[in-house]
Design a protein around this ligand. Structure first.
Ligand SMILES: OB(O)c1ccc2cc[nH]c2c1
Length: 248
């Protein structure tokens, strides 16, 4: 997979050089290109923003630098191909595990994290005439910019790429992963020592009875979901129903 990121703070994306994503890059599983949006400004102040038409607070990111930046990203990528443009924005569709899975299947992603009050709408509209566009939000809270959302999305996507996670089975029990654990939060996990500060590990996990362990883990996941995400329980119930229905 190729990933391009255009930002006025490319240094904010340095974490993509370390850990899981960094290792995937070193193994050639991921090809990441970071770009400074100001490369496509032409004034002495390297201006990327201006006041909003119609008034209102803050500044809006100018269309010209973004347009030229996207032209350069497309020209710099595989000949005859275009990326899927991923626009992190609080007004986007929720970035979910399902969307991460969908994007992990694309060969080339280009991220355009905004600052200020956002990017002039014409940039997205013009881009949509020549490449797929996905506007996505990592959550309902205020950020200073989209760079941190890019870090979240790239990590969630990269770990789904073949060979990136050492244990191919690791995805299976992820919270929100498709399949039996879909819409369920992960339950508690334990490791050695068997006793720590007077606290022991649940006996079932030491029993070696894999059927009982699996059942216990699902019960714990359901209890945790009920406690922390009751909104998911209904989805899970209907999902379980559908699965049972489908199995019939
Ligand atoms: O919630 B979000 O996913 C998100 C994404 C991008 C920006 C830019 C400024 N605030 C943001 C929030």
């Amino acid at each position: 997979m190729r990933i391009d990121v255009v930002s006025i703070f490319p240094e904010y994306l340095e974490p993509l050089n370390i850990s899981l994503v960094g290792k995937a890059r070193a193994r050639g599983q991921l090809d990441v290109h970071l770009h400074d949006l100001r490369e496509w400004t032409h004034d002495v102040h390297r201006t990327v923003d201006d006041s909003p038409y119609g008034g209102g607070p803050g500044m809006v990111m100018k269309p010209e630098p973004w347009g030229e930046a996207l032209d350069a990203v497309v020209a710099g990528g595989p000949a005859g191909e275009v990326p899927t443009l991923v626009v992190p924005t609080p007004s986007g569709r929720p970035f979910t595990q399902e969307l991460a899975q969908e994007l992990a299947g694309r060969p080339w992603l280009a991220f355009t994290p905004a600052r200020y009050e956002g990017i002039d709408r014409r940039v997205i509209e013009e881009a949509a005439t020549r490449m797929p566009v996905v506007e996505a939000s990592i959550g309902d809270y205020v950020l200073a910019g989209g760079e941190v959302a890019v870090l979240v999305m790239v990590e969630a996507i990269a770990r789904l790429l073949p060979g990136v996670l050492g244990n191919a089975e690791s995805h299976r029990d992820d919270s929100f992963a498709p399949g039996a654990m879909a819409d369920l939060l992960e339950g508690p996990v334990y490791t050695k020592p068997a006793e720590w500060r007077g606290r022991t590990v649940p006996d079932v996990l030491l029993s070696g009875n894999h059927g009982k362990i699996a059942r216990w883990r699902r019960e714990q996941a359901f209890a945790r979901t009920l406690a922390n995400r009751p909104d998911l329980v209904e989805r899970w119930q209907y999902g379980a129903f559908d699965k049972k229905d489908r199995a019939a």
